[in-house]
Design a protein around this ligand. Structure first.
Ligand SMILES: [Ca+2]
Ligand SMILES: [Ca+2]
Length: 340
């Protein structure tokens, strides 16, 4: 408990006088009073100044362009479409699309951060029609074996010569694109994600592939890429996506929490911390040799040239941050209504 102190102090008062219908005049008075007060309170007062900070937990989005894209056709089983300006899905001829993203680029983009979500996005190049009155689903599957944009054909994962009409592949370079047995199919089932396609749809189709990308980061998936097909290839409906040859090509959007290795601007701040002032006081010209470090308030007045001082322990500020600082706010609660 602090000793009481007697002093002159400037006190302000304000009152309102109503004039006419809706005009209000505020009259302020400044009164110099002499009094004794025991205004000291413990520094544990929750109303004391606080430094509000935002810590890490920043979600940034990195965009990776496809490193390769093509589509397969059962009707042209030894021809490659890697250089085409479109990526086709179609019942007739079983058109299926393949997408490739460099796994090391994915790993680099995430860096020391944590993957929050991953999406494969493709821009529609044609307006879908004949997809039925309520639309039909297309699906994205993980590829189970390595293939390549300019070597993939219906018959071969890697055709050694795409300039002929023969399947130049065997063993791991061949695949069973016609198989109805999930164990033999070169894509993983069930699908990673499906999307409904409806007649007249425009814009971008987005698939949630978070689990697939997480598996690549964990080292449990080689990241061979994805296959997109109609869920029911016996029903009508075809569409084309824009290939990377035409652009904007397929992309992989990675939402990453903290320390991204890739691009993208700062996302929303999802964390905050408060640091309480380690010291506060004010100085007063009118009482130039007195200290107010234990006063319950930080008084700012014109008379006497009061000036407030607030300090924070740098180690406490550093300790409160879990990552990069986004912004900091100094909060000073008003203990006494301002006037004059
Ligand atoms: Ca291509
Ligand atoms: Ca060939």
């Amino acid at each position: 408990m602090q000793a009481s102190r007697c002093r002159w102090r400037l006190q302000s008062a304000a009152f309102s006088v109503g004039l006419r219908w809706h005009h209000l005049t505020v009259i302020s008075l400044a009164i110099l009073v002499f009094g004794c007060s025991s205004e000291e309170r413990e520094r544990s007062d929750p109303q004391r100044p606080q430094l509000g900070t935002a810590r890490e937990a920043l979600v940034t989005t990195a965009t990776l362009e496809a490193s390769g894209d093509t589509y397969l056709r059962s009707g042209a089983p030894n021809q490659n479409a890697g250089g085409d300006t479109r990526l086709s899905l179609q019942s007739v001829g079983r058109h299926r699309t393949l997408l490739f993203f460099n796994p090391s680029s994915i790993t680099t983009a995430v860096g020391s951060g944590t993957l929050v979500a991953a999406r494969v996005e493709l821009a529609l190049d044609t307006t879908p029609s004949n997809w039925g009155p309520s639309g039909r689903n297309i699906a994205i599957h993980r590829l189970k074996q390595a293939s390549a944009e300019y070597q993939a054909t219906w018959n071969c994962a890697l055709d050694a010569n795409i300039n002929n009409l023969q399947d130049d592949c065997a063993g791991s370079s061949a695949w069973s694109m016609s198989s109805t047995n999930p164990a033999l199919q070169p894509w993983l089932s069930p699908a990673s994600a499906t999307r409904l396609i409806t007649n007249g749809q425009v814009g971008v189709v987005s698939f949630d592939v978070t689990a697939d990308v997480a598996a690549i980061l964990a080292g449990s998936s080689a990241g061979h890429g994805w296959l997109i097909k109609k869920v029911d290839e016996n029903q009508g409906g075809s569409l084309d996506f824009v290939s990377r040859e035409q652009g904007p090509g397929p992309r992989l959007q990675l939402d990453i929490d903290g320390a991204p290795g890739g691009g993208g601007g700062p996302g929303p701040v999802v964390g905050s911390a408060s640091v309480t002032a380690s010291s506060d006081s004010y100085v007063r010209q009118g009482e130039p040799n007195q200290n107010f470090g234990t006063a319950s308030g930080l008084r700012i007045t014109a008379a006497g040239r009061n000036r407030a001082l607030v300090g924070f322990d740098p180690a406490a500020v550093t300790g409160a941050l879990g990552g990069p600082l986004v912004r900091a706010r100094l909060k000073l609660p008003i203990a006494e209504t301002a006037s004059n």
